[in-house]
Design a protein. Structure first.
Length: 134
């Protein structure tokens, strides 16, 4: 479900999406400059790379979550929590249910019906919860 989520990336970043090192360099520069919206997108892109460790992925998601909270972007926060849960479930991380519940609560408050349905379906598909838990 969440594998198909696309992240809109500004044109000035489009040429670097496939190059992890370049993304990491841009993330460092954006951190220094304080450009949080673009940094958020890069962190999510990096977190979804297949060639990173679990610890690296957790750190990237944590940083993206912090930025979404600082920018007061609840939809992006819910989406990030849901994406994080996707990886946590795959690796049997104990935080998955907590993060999925947080994502669901935020999406529900926003009335984001498609995201709510994706979260519910993802939870049921992975046996993480019963339908009435969400």
């Amino acid at each position: 479900i969440f594998e198909s989520i696309t992240i809109d990336v500004p044109i000035f970043l489009a040429d670097t999406i496939s190059n992890r090192q370049s993304l990491e360099d841009k993330a460092r520069r954006l951190t220094e400059k304080g450009h949080k919206p673009a940094l958020f997108l890069i962190l999510l892109t990096l977190a979804r790379q297949s060639d990173i460790t679990l610890a690296e992925r957790e750190n990237l998601f944590e940083r993206a979550i912090e930025i979404a909270e600082q920018l007061n972007q609840p939809y992006e926060l819910a989406l990030t929590l849901a994406l994080r849960t996707h990886y946590e479930i795959d690796h049997e991380n104990s935080g998955a249910k907590k993060h999925l519940t947080q994502a669901y609560a935020i999406a529900n408050k926003l009335g984001a019906k498609q995201l709510l349905e994706d979260i519910r379906l993802h939870a049921l598909t992975h046996g993480n919860t019963q339908d009435n838990d969400l």
